[in-house]
Design a protein around this ligand. Sequence first.
Ligand SMILES: *[C@@H]1O[C@H](CO)[C@@H](O)[C@H](O)[C@H]1NC(C)=O
Ligand SMILES: *[C@@H]1O[C@H](CO)[C@@H](O)[C@H](O)[C@H]1NC(C)=O
Ligand SMILES: *[C@@H]1O[C@H](CO)[C@@H](O)[C@H](O)[C@H]1NC(C)=O
Length: 373
Amino acid sequence: MRSRPLQAFIFLLSSAKNVHAHSWVEQLSVIASNGTFVGTPGYPRGNVLRTASDFSDTTMTYLIPPSSRANVTLVLPSDKLCKDTQQEQIQTAGSARLQASAGDAVALRYQENGHVTLPWNQPGKPANRGTVYVYGTTEPKVGEKILDVHGAWTSDGTGGDGRGVLLSKQNFDDGRCYQINSGNISQARQQEYPHQANQLMGADMWCQQDIKLPSTAPTGKLYTLYWVWDWPTLPGVDPTYPHGKTEIYTTCMDVNVVASTSQQKGNIQDEYATGQDLNKAAIPSEFADLDDVSEAAETTTARTSSTPSSSIPYVPQSTSTLYLTSTEVVRVITVTAWKTTEKTVTVGGCEATPTGTPSTGDSTRLKRRDWRA
Ligand SMILES: *[C@@H]1O[C@H](CO)[C@@H](O)[C@H](O)[C@H]1NC(C)=O
Ligand SMILES: *[C@@H]1O[C@H](CO)[C@@H](O)[C@H](O)[C@H]1NC(C)=O
Ligand SMILES: *[C@@H]1O[C@H](CO)[C@@H](O)[C@H](O)[C@H]1NC(C)=O
């Protein structure tokens, strides 16, 4: 058994090595009503643990468009949503599926790998470090195409082919996560969000996206989650990419939907426990904002909870990515309000107001119909 300091040191080394790596969902956890992770964690399809002998970042990252494509902004209708090792609903040994009940809150955790704490490494990226989306379906397809899901499925389930829903849309930067490095952002967050280094994260603090499984997810079946990190380079900033660059990473995973236990983990009306261990705690602002997509389609309500304080002075920013494909133009407007868990709620094809509370008035209205122009 290694001592804690030695473990932390080893993880520091491995973190430093991963500065240019990209991100994927590494672990899923059910969140109890007080905001604490409970139960046994779950893993994506075809998972390769970092501790596995054959692990490298490329065993888990999946990039769209592929780096082999000459046109760096082009997403094709034939582009698959899931990595080849994540096409089927299969788990690898030692990386079991998450067991959760319909309506449970679930944290999807990923490493920021410097994309949050060393933003100057990639010029032209959005201030929120890109936007993460989680789509859910009971009818996944082998060979699922990204354009059939991303920018197509909506929170009311009417978008695209109607097979699935948009469950969540958040900033990649959850406001808390950091990798240990000497950059000022990491230094500030290490002060603000201290935690005991553990075997899983080392001294780093992983990012998370907190979602709620639909209360209608059928028990005894698998519920599929598609995580999509949309991280475009804006045009005209990086001379290498005068027209910008489309850069999307995905992780595909399933949850075993089981009958609710007596502990009743999914009641999110309860209070978030303040001062809890950050190694296994939900992000308060995201957690407070979870609602059931199947019940939330008709109204948009102002969120009253406060967001965590931060010294990071980024301003709200709006970005957009244009996917021009051979058959259609799909315009994805990504409206981000810094530090708020802005969510899109569709009201019968009309405009909807994000439920966040950004500090400036612009870029806060999102017109769903603009998603396809
Ligand atoms: C690359 O794709 C974009 C659409 O994303 C298109 O507007 C542009 O014309 C393409 N460039 C070339 C050189 O084909
Ligand atoms: C980090 O440094 C950059 C560049 O000097 C500055 O713009 C930013 O406000 C700093 N952030 C923090 C959290 O200190
Ligand atoms: C939150 O609730 C869970 C499940 O009941 C419990 O295991 C955990 O200790 C609680 N967390 C705190 C900080 O009280």
